[in-house]
Design a protein around this ligand. Structure first.
Ligand code: SF4
Length: 210
């Protein structure tokens, strides 16, 4: 991979998909942070189905910080792993309330110190919530970075480093959204639809799996 090839790939992907909107539905940083924690191991559609009831009952960090775990579990059950997720979003809300005066911090180190927020989640919050360029590597981004030849690794941090070394900083957020959209639309984990793919002639995986 080199910068010229990377630029061609993203030119073609952006031409094909445009600049996609984030698929999580949220208003404000509180709802974004909670939705991101709930999105682990499930689809954004499942999260979007559960969060209106959650946010109606607990409209901010302060209210969710005082919630009973069992009540939260009942509302978010459909998102899976709901015991852990309920504990995490209540603990997250308590930490934001107690350590940050109820305002979500905008520094990566402070975000990743919060319950339930790892590097990927922090990058989503930074890029989509705060408008700070960051490239979150989820399962789609990791898979496609490997297939396109940015990296040969299962380590999301190495993929993030490879992608951000090739893609201009101003395009990191768009690259994240485009790659997720591509992973959902064509470059699925099983049976990628390479014949329909706009970057098939540039893709290492397609070359090696004609
Ligand atoms: S050519 Fe196939 S493997 Fe490569 S990016 Fe496109 S869909 Fe994915």
């Amino acid at each position: 991979m080199d910068r010229a090839l990377s630029a061609r790939i993203f030119h073609l992907l952006k031409k094909h998909y445009g600049v996609p909107d984030p698929s999580l539905r949220y208003t404000g940083l509180y709802e974004l942070a909670v939705s991101v924690v709930l999105s682990a191991q499930t689809t954004d559609a499942q999260v979007n189905a559960a969060t209106p009831a959650l946010f109606a009952r607990y409209p901010d960090f302060a209210r969710l910080a005082r919630a009973r775990i069992g009540d939260v579990e009942r509302i978010i059950k459909s998102t899976g792993f709901y015991h852990n997720k309920a504990r995490n979003i209540v603990a997250l809300s308590r930490a934001v309330t107690q350590r940050h005066g109820g305002e979500l911090p905008s520094a990566r180190e402070e975000l990743t110190a919060l319950p339930g927020i790892g590097r990927k989640s922090a990058n989503v919050i930074l890029s989509i919530g705060f408008g700070v360029p960051a490239l979150a590597v989820d399962t789609h981004v990791l898979r496609i970075a490997n297939r396109l030849g940015y990296v040969e690794s299962d380590d999301p941090l190495r993929a993030e480093e490879a992608l951000t070394s090739m893609i201009p900083r101003a395009d990191w957020t768009t690259a994240h959204l485009v790659l997720i959209t591509h992973g959902r639309a064509l470059c699925a984990a099983r049976a990628p639809r390479c014949r329909e793919c706009p970057v098939r002639t540039l893709c290492a995986y397609a070359r090696n799996n004609p």
